[in-house]
Design a binder for this molecule. Structure first.
Ligand code: HEC
Ligand code: HEC
Length: 129
């Protein structure tokens, strides 16, 4: 990833890429994937005093903000009980949700979506062939 620069020499650091801010929800790669954040989050305060994310994403705020409300799993504690407010284990949003850089991937990968896998196997439920 450091290119042809010899090990003892320092590489030229790449520019800091701009954050994706297209307001288009990215396709999830699998059903339980935490969706990526399609907008910038620079300077958003998330600490014990205030949660800037919930200022828009809370159930009661979404009509005004146009944000997607956090799903029901965000209100469940680890024993599956439903809480009235977002669960402490889902409070720090960026543990799971991350903004995206407008950059080309440094290395390729050959991830195949399960939908494509199903289509490759005739006779399997959901197969189109
Ligand atoms: C000013 C309001 C606002 C704030 C603050 C905000 N969001 Fe959003 N968010 C939106 C809106 C509106 C969308 C819908 C797509 C779009 O317009 O960007 C969205 C989309 C998302 C999505 C995509 C959901 C999906 O199903 O694809 C995620 C994840 C997300 N936000 C997480 C966060 C996190 C984490 C924070 C805090 C660090 C945050 N947002 C702060 C308004 C907000
Ligand atoms: C422990 C990981 C985790 C944390 C922390 C977390 N989320 Fe999520 N989030 C997920 C996963 C996984 C999904 C997709 C499946 C689901 O809904 O549970 C999701 C889904 C979402 C969605 C899409 C909901 C929908 O119905 O499409 C939004 C919006 C979102 N999260 C926002 C937030 C915000 C805002 C916070 C902070 C208050 C947060 N999340 C904290 C894991 C997390």
């Amino acid at each position: 990833m450091r290119g042809p620069t010899p090990i003892p020499q320092q590489t030229k650091p790449p520019p800091i890429f701009p954050t994706e801010n297209k307001d288009i929800r990215r396709t999830r790669n699998f059903a339980m994937q935490p969706p990526t954040i399609p907008h910038t989050i620079d300077g958003y305060q998330v600490d014990k005093e205030f949660n800037r994310c919930m200022f828009c994403h809370a159930r009661t705020r979404t009509q005004e903000t146009g944000a997607i409300p956090v799903s029901i799993t965000h209100y469940q504690d680890r024993n599956g009980n439903m809480l009235a407010d977002v669960s402490p284990r889902r409070y720090f949003c960026t543990q799971c949700h991350v903004a995206q850089a407008e950059a080309k991937p440094l290395i390729g990968n050959n991830f195949v979506d399960v939908e494509q896998l199903l289509q490759r196997r005739p006779g399997v439920l959901g197969s189109t062939k």
